[in-house]
Ligand binder design. Structure first.
Ligand code: NAD
Length: 355
């Protein structure tokens, strides 16, 4: 098991240390190698994704990623910004499937802005296609309108498209995941308006026939956005395209209350994956030992599950996290009266002890 460890910037450094401790404590045979990425890499080499880091990532089966970015890099030219490292890794490794589970732990049910009865017991997986759609379609740009009522003015335009094969491969990832979970899959599109979505729905329906054991449905994206806050527990796995997934996955993550609890995985066809918490580098709390490391630790569990098929080890980590929450330990972001506030390192210590 070869794992590249890319902690990145801000709290990425602090939380990744805790996940590495957890991975090492499992007693599995693994090789972990660390490299700089994002602003940290730019500071050393002038490049947010240095050749050596990219080489290590390509040679590893999995990447444990922290977070990148910071206000000191905001004025750099776009190509030098820390975010380019993440986009570069996704593109270079063809990480087309982005998995974001949203789980509401019983102990944190009050952290959500929704009523406890709506979210308690929630466990939904959003699968977002990550390398296609309107975010990458050509042509795109800003041009001058030649004719009609807006002639002479500037207009922005983008192109939405999906090839059958792109839809098919993400659907297979979704159905395989659904089989291991609640055996329900909902494909989300806008086929009443968009041709791209019409093809998406046709292909999704076709692929569904290969998975008769999984209950399949399709839903329009506007309805899905509404259903996610009305009755999110109706969903098990949601599969959708890049732009709809971008929006719905952020909506779903907030059902759980804290960004510090949300892991994610981005996989390619050979199940090589990049695993990271969904939050950023949180410059406002960096270096203070108060960041929640659980999103990163849960990302390490996903890494074992999806890139290495180490289900037992993944469950061990998830159970340890649950135990710590049950014991009443909380970082500041999930703290409530009656619980015990701990720092980043202390939370890591507690997970290790529970393991
Ligand atoms: P953020 O996710 O870093 O922070 C948003 C808020 O959530 C902050 O108040 C922060 O303190 C809090 N928070 C985030 N993670 C937390 C944790 N583990 N524990 C406790 N609190 C936590 O988003 P932002 O402030 O918009 O962005 C900061 C920087 O991160 C920017 O440079 C942005 O570009 C970058 N960013 C990177 C990624 C990534 O690396 N994948 C994702 C989003 C943003």
């Amino acid at each position: 098991m070869k794992i590249a460890v890319l902690p990145g910037d801000g709290i990425g450094q602090e939380i990744t240390v805790q996940s590495v401790r957890v991975l090492k404590a499992l007693g599995l045979s693994m090789e972990l190698e660390e490299a700089p990425v994002g602003g940290a890499a730019y500071d050393i080499s002038g490049d947010p994704l240095p050749e050596a880091t990219l080489k290590l990532a390509k040679a590893s089966e999995a990447i444990l990623f922290g977070s990148i970015g910071g206000p000191q890099y905001d004025t750099l030219p776009r190509a030098k910004r820390p975010e380019q490292a993440l986009l570069g890794l996704r593109k270079q490794l063809n990480l087309f499937a982005n998995l974001r589970p949203s789980i509401v732990y019983p102990e944190l049910v009050n952290a959500s802005t929704l009523k406890p009865e709506v979210v308690s017991g929630l466990d939904v997986l959003i699968l977002r296609e990550l390398t296609g759609d309107i975010y990458f379609g050509q042509p795109r740009g800003i041009r001058t309108v030649e004719k009609g009522p807006w002639a002479g003015q500037r207009e922005g335009f983008d192109t939405m498209h999906y090839a059958e094969g792109e839809v098919r491969r993400i659907m297979h990832v979704g159905f395989i995941a659904a089989r291991k979970r609640g055996k329900k899959l909902c494909s989300v599109d806008k086929s009443n308006v968009l041709e791209t979505s019409q093809l998406w729905r046709d292909v999704a329906t076709e692929v569904a026939k290969e998975y008769a054991d999984v209950e399949f449905s399709s839903m329009y994206v506007d309805n899905a956005a509404m259903q996610l806050v009305r009755n999110p527990k109706q969903f098990d796995v949601i599969v959708t395209g890049n732009i709809f997934g971008d929006i719905l996955s952020d909506e779903a993550s907030m059902l759980t209350g804290s960004i510090g609890m949300q892991p994610s995985a981005s996989l390619n066809e050979s199940r090589q994956g990049l695993y990271e918490p969904i939050h950023g580098s949180a410059p406002d709390i960096a270096g203070k030992n108060i960041a929640n490391p659980l999103a990163s630790i849960l990302s390490a569990a996903m890494l074992l599950r999806y890139s290495f098929d180490q289900e037992e080890a993944a469950v061990k980590i998830e159970k340890a996290v649950r135990k710590v929450l049950k014991d009443g330990l909380r970082t500041a972001d999930i703290y409530e009266t009656g619980t015990t506030k701990v720092g980043t390192k202390e939370m890591g210590d507690a997970v290790l002890k529970a393991l």
